[in-house]
Design a protein around this ligand. Structure first.
Ligand SMILES: Nc1ncnc2c1ncn2[C@@H]1O[C@H](COP(=O)(O)OP(=O)(O)O)[C@@H](O)[C@H]1O
Ligand SMILES: [Mg+2]
Length: 309
């Protein structure tokens, strides 16, 4: 199995790395290489074969499906694992939007609710909600995009008061977030999928607000299977999920929820997660996932990028 760990592009300048992606900035463009690294609980947990390609190609699919709502950063996809994008000035806020109340850890929305909190992110939650219940309408729960460690919760008022961005831009972000989530929900539904929650990142490019990063991927969203949701919800069992929650639940079963050194993923869980990433890509796009397991992915990336020069 060929795993995409990282790529060094000698003539692209300094390599920068996030938790899952490597990138190079050349003038006003950013070359983003999606790797197979996986993180959860803000920790690096190892590698999931094909994950980078799924994320890259799924984001490209969604950028195309939503470009009438807001301009996005995508310029081209020169390789299954690579996206060339407009390099924006990042707005350090993650616009999280949720249609359901859920979560695994004590700091999740469900975790807070379970402990008795009824005002979360400055939003009032009604009594009597159960885990994984649909909310009356989607809610936006923004967090700061922390340089390291955990993201911090924010209320709308804090964003405006702390002058992280202007109110005018924030309102544009809110509007786009609601519209993107509505579009995503509708397209997922057609494939028998519930878009449970997701997060968007925005940036400023040429003095304009644009959508950046990734969109509606299993790393940035929760996806549940629609036709078994109700039955499972009524029985109080977890919905069938096709996102990172599957892995978080596995870690929780091993007694790990983010503190200290994470246990090593078993071969079985790695292959189950990989299959789920591929499966959600195929369900949503209606396309067959073409895995290039036999070739050296780093070499292919270098070749495809060389052709551009
Ligand atoms: N078009 C863009 N302009 C500027 N920054 C971007 C753009 N698209 C994505 N980013 C940033 O690039 C990084 C992508 O790498 P990733 O591995 O997702 O990092 P992280 O660990 O911060 O999630 C993120 O910090 C993201 O905010
Ligand atoms: Mg990220």
């Amino acid at each position: 199995m060929n795993i995409q760990k990282t790529v060094n592009l000698e003539d692209y300048g300094k390599k920068l790395s996030g938790k899952t992606r490597d990138f190079y900035i050349v003038k006003d463009k950013r070359t983003i290489i999606s790797t197979d690294r996986i993180s959860a609980f803000d920790k690096n947990l190892g590698y999931i074969p094909h994950k980078g390609q799924v994320l890259n190609q799924l984001s490209a699919f969604w950028f195309d499906k939503t470009k009438d709502i807001i301009e996005n950063h995508l310029i081209s996809v020169p390789d299954p694992n690579v996206m060339i994008v407009k390099n924006a000035e990042l707005i350090p806020i993650e616009m999280v939007i949720r249609g359901y109340i859920t979560g695994v850890t004590g700091t999740s929305i469900w975790g807070s609710y379970e402990k008795g909190e009824r005002i979360i992110y400055g939003i009032k939650f009604s009594e009597g909600l159960s885990k994984n219940q649909k909310l009356p309408k989607p809610i936006i729960t923004p967090t700061t995009k922390a340089k390291s460690g955990h993201d911090q919760r924010l209320t709308n008022n804090e964003i405006i008061k702390q002058k992280i961005i202007s109110e005018r831009i924030y309102r544009q972000m809110e509007k786009a977030t609601l519209q993107l989530f509505e579009r995503g929900t509708r397209i997922c539904e057609k494939s028998g999928i519930i878009l449970v929650d997701t997060k968007y990142e925005f940036g400023i490019y040429n003095n304009k607000l644009i959508l950046i990063d990734e969109i509606h991927t299993p790393d940035s969203s929760r996806f549940w299977i629609k036709n078994t949701y109700k039955e499972k919800f009524l029985k109080g069992i977890e919905p069938e999920n096709f996102d990172k929650e599957f892995l978080r639940i596995w870690f929780k079963k091993q007694g790990y929820v983010g503190d200290g050194k994470p246990p090593i993923m078993s071969k079985e869980i790695i292959s189950q997660v990989s299959n789920r990433y591929i499966s959600i890509y195929e369900k949503l796009t209606g396309k067959k996932f073409i895995a290039n397991s036999k070739i050296d992915i780093a070499k292919r990336i270098k070749n495809n990028l060389k052709l551009l020069k």
